[in-house]
Design a protein around this ligand. Sequence first.
Ligand SMILES: Cc1cc2nc3c(=O)[nH]c(=O)nc-3n(C[C@H](O)[C@H](O)[C@H](O)COP(=O)(O)OP(=O)(O)OC[C@H]3O[C@@H](n4cnc5c(N)ncnc54)[C@H](O)[C@@H]3O)c2cc1C
Length: 465
Amino acid sequence: MTTHTTTTEAGRVAGRPRILIVGGGFAGVECARRLERRLKPHEALITLVTPFDYQLYLPLLPQVASGVLTPQSVAVSLRRGLRRTRVLPGGAIGVDPAAKVCVVRKITDEVVNEPYDVIVLAPGSITRTFDIPGLTEHARGMKTLAEAAYLRDHVIAQLDLADAATDAAEREARLRFVVVGGGYAGTETAACLQRITTAACERYPRLDARDVHWHILDVAPKLMPELGDRLGAEAARTLRRRGIEVSLGVSVAKAEADRVTLTDGRELPCRTLIWTAGVAASPLVGTLGAETVKGRLAVTDRMTLPGFDGVFALGDAAAVPDRAKGDGAVCPPTAQHAQRQGKVVADNVVASLRGEPLRPYVHKDLGLVVDLGGKDAVSKPLGVQLTGLPAQAVARGYHLLALRTNVAKVRTATNWLLNAAAGDDYVRTGFQSRRPATLRDFEYTDAYLTPEEIRSRTSSSADAG
Ligand SMILES: Cc1cc2nc3c(=O)[nH]c(=O)nc-3n(C[C@H](O)[C@H](O)[C@H](O)COP(=O)(O)OP(=O)(O)OC[C@H]3O[C@@H](n4cnc5c(N)ncnc54)[C@H](O)[C@@H]3O)c2cc1C
């Protein structure tokens, strides 16, 4: 088992070593940017495989779903930040670490082999689902830009349909919205969308805001346990004050098109089930045949994959030891860690090319910001517990600093100002009508190859070569 990663001699002799980054998210983009800065063009060829030409700023996705921000605000252009990286539009569907080849399905569906000397795996995560009847067919996720945009259209469609409904039971079901997952993604999504749905009732003559019901469910006994007891309780109080029902220790037993059955036996007639109950590492991880920790690649604190030459992994897809916490802890799947790990992996890739020692990843968590819409927020920057407007100011300031390009910062700030001054128009784009938009349609988990399929591809191309 090796823990140090070096580039193959063949790679060096044949020309520039090929560095392949998989995933254009927080971790992958940070890594690519730093590699561009640290390596001269003649020192390496950098390729980034990613299905989209933007980096999605996921923490603001609930604000896209609620229409406070336009989708463009959180889709940060890759080409503004990356100068010479070759961006390969597609998704990696398998890796053969022995042959040092990554199999890529381009956005045209053409499947190509991409040889590498060093691979950086940063494909992130997908929504974690369970074997609950009807879940993938009826629930909607909150992981991609399309999911957020579709959800907004769907929610406004429910208001439109409820307003026009002549049947009281239909109106009631359309005005009930169920969110599963009391982490920051689910809580922010429910809080931000509840705000627009109740405010929208002013524009609908037959709807009363008191008839709009939002529910947050979680099997855990607390909302957002990472916030600590006081702030978690404060967030739950704020939500309940606004009429959002918070049910803890309960989950979904069955999902149907027009109702959700809970594990405590309750049946909630509704047309909207939003599923944000955690994430699982990208299925790409399974194609390597490597050791995993709760589905994430088991890497060293230098983010190398033991036993695999030239493989680094990080972000949501990897279980990176959390040296700041110690006690065998691994870093939680957050943007904060992913971005900083990207920087350290880039340095370690450079060190491995130059035969220098690699450095470990150490980062002390800076805390969490949770935007509950309007003036409501809770945040814990550097351990300081804040609520209300000060928390909201910290949350928004943090996001503006964290957005990568100045254009994205200005676009986001302008959207916030415009929304605060003029409110929302609650219009549907209509792009999603009759288009499938549930978890099953978005998670693409069947796109990946088995290790045998990968080997047969890579060995036949080696024979041909
Ligand atoms: C709604 C929501 C709110 C959040 N809020 C916060 C927050 O407030 N603070 C915080 O710290 N974290 C937050 N997170 C978590 C944070 O966004 C993730 O931890 C972070 O994005 C992980 O970074 P990553 O680079 O590993 O993955 P990602 O940023 O998800 O990037 C993965 C990239 O890989 C691409 N990809 C996927 N599969 C493949 C493939 N097979 N081949 C090639 N490319 C692929 C994806 O398209 C994507 O571009 C939130 C997450 C969500 C969903």
